[in-house]
Design a protein around this ligand. Structure first.
Ligand code: DX5
Ligand code: ZN
Length: 218
């Protein structure tokens, strides 16, 4: 079944616990936490201290997306703060295999993220070190951007490359209810959505709509 991961980047940071409670009650499968450093992407968000605070307020798995340079320097801090999964960008990780192994050794799920212009073949040598692949469907840094259509074929390519490995294929950026069925049909197992959920008048209803759209594919 397709997992739905609301991205808190589009939540109300002045009432974060309330927004998280709403999407948890609405059936979200995990919480996507966007970490940005103003260097890898032109925006700055949060650090381990916010993950620590969120950890105490939700039972949802925390899916931390590091859009930072030198992510290997912060893995321990984010996992210690409560991250269940840590995803680093291929483009910021010259020692990707070592970084993924480091995440696994700390008992968190290890993810690699691909920017829209990064080819899936960059993952060729680490397929057995991955628990998830995050296929970016926008250029990272901001919520509310438009989905890049070529992502669908890329999702299929990543799924094919992974073969039977039990690795999640998560898609992140510009995702609306209308895209969910096609994404699932192309091999996505998780969708990350910020503005389509937290920007909706009723985030709970948005999650339910995504859930049924995913089930249409069976
Ligand atoms: C973008 C982040 C995404 C973003 C998704 O850099 O990685 O997780 O918050 O937000 P929407 O769904 O609004 O594109
Ligand atoms: Zn993200």
């Amino acid at each position: 079944m397709l997992k739905i991961a609301p991205s808190i980047l589009s939540a109300d940071f002045a009432a974060l616990a309330d927004d998280i409670a709403r999407v948890e009650a609405a059936g979200a499968d995990q919480l996507h936490v966007d970490v940005m450093d103003g260097r890898f992407v032109p925006n700055i968000t949060i650090g381990p201290v916010v993950v620590e605070a969120i950890r105490k307020r939700t039972r949802l798995p925390l899916d931390v997306h590091l859009m930072i340079v030198e992510p290997e320097r912060y893995i321990q801090a984010f996992i210690g703060a409560g991250a269940d999964a840590v995803t680093v960008h291929v483009e910021a990780s010259p020692h990707l295999q070592r970084t993924l192994a480091q995440i696994g050794a700390l008992n968190a799920r290890a993810g690699a993220a691909l920017n829209p212009s990064t080819h899936p073949s960059t993952l060729e040598c680490v397929l057995d070190d991955l628990d998830l692949v995050l296929v970016m469907s926008v250029n990272p840094g901001f919520g509310g951007q438009k989905f890049i259509p070529s992502t669908l074929a890329k999702v299929r390519q990543v799924r094919t490359m992974l073969g039977e490995r039990p690795v999640d294929v998560s898609v992140d950026g510009g995702i609306t209810v209308g895209l969910v069925q096609a994404l699932a049909a192309h091999g996505a197992t998780t969708v990350v959505a910020g503005s389509a959920i937290f920007g909706a008048p009723d985030p709970a209803a948005a999650i339910k709509e995504m859930r049924s759209a995913a089930e249409l594919r069976g």
